[in-house]
Design a protein around this ligand. Sequence first.
Ligand code: NAD
Ligand code: TYD
Length: 359
Amino acid sequence: MQTFLVTGGVGFIGSNFILKARKERWANIINLDKLTYASNPQTLAQLQDDPGYHFVRGDICNIELLGSLLKQYQPNAIINFAAESHVDRSILSPQDFIQTNILGTFQLLEASKAYWEKLSLQKREQFRFLHISTDEVYGSLGPKDPAFREDTPYAPNSPYAASKAGSDHLVRAYYHTYGLPTLITNCSNNYGPRQFPEKLIPLMILNALNGKPLPIYGDGQNIRDWLYVVDHCEALYLVLQSSHIGKTYNIGGNNEQTNLTVVEKICTILDELAPKPNFSYSSLITFVKDRPGHDRRYAIDCNKICSELGFEPKEDFDSGLLKTIQWYLSHPIWVKQVQSGDYQTWIKQNYQDRITAVH
Ligand code: NAD
Ligand code: TYD
């Protein structure tokens, strides 16, 4: 069986990828994660007795650690999920985004190149460096603009998007300059189990269950193209298995929704799954001060990955949202763990002024 070095695998998408990879026996996994605020070590507790899974706490900026892990485990692929990933945090404190997303990716590329250059010819050809990125690097679309394609020029608007764009450029350059067999995927907004509740969907689910306001930025008409996380993981495996290198693939769910519609759908499902007498969760919807530089619309044209690699999203939005809400309802301990200490500080920092500013 192959071995994958996954970075940031305790986070939302990485943990879903690892669980699927072990369940479907895609590969043995070495998971390198710094365990920032965004990760709950209990997320992958079910793998603790799995001999094909090994966790290492560490930072992708630590090139000595990277070198020794690569030497020890001799992975066939590196999959880089590690990142600071929340736009609002990048607006309030961009430093960590530059550090991990740009400098960390650079260190990972350097360590990978040094490792790859020493492999046998056959292993060099099979090796892959897969960098997980976002559609936010392309900037914002107008209502009638065509969806983002792989050749859409980069125009990142937030510090988060700019840091991801910087890392994508580095990955591309390591293929063109050194021949490192890299691949980049730019995916739209993901949703599903195990997402940290600072992002729209889990934040709204948990606020609603706690009877707290559901804070919608601006007029709620910003559009995102939502993809169920398991579909994203399937797409990543297809990209890893393909014979192509040096390519970029856009991944999306053909599922554009306004934020207001997403929140209304969550409320409707909660009214059924967790009803309260004479009460609808939609009464908690509150319009609040907008995010600075808020991108209006994202949409992904995923024709390339669909036609070249046979990708097809399996989950539709209503069934995916139902599964997601059921997961949060049935994992109260996980929810409690991620909502402690630091999380409460963040909620105060990001929302206190927003809510008072509008009322
Ligand atoms: P996340 O914030 O849930 O998880 C990130 C993980 O990376 C955490 O476990 C964290 O501890 C770890 N990490 C952070 N800095 C690290 C460092 N220096 N060294 C090692 N580990 C570190 O993020 P996510 O939502 O799972 O996103 C994963 C990747 O996918 C990111 O690169 C993100 O840009 C990209 N992406 C996310 C979405 C989305 O909707 N969530 C969409 C498209 C692309
Ligand atoms: P988010 O989940 O932060 O993802 P991204 O900014 O990377 O797309 O936000 C999704 C959308 O939801 C975005 O348009 C901002 C909006 N949003 C709110 O309206 N209220 C909130 O409390 C949050 C976190 C996001």
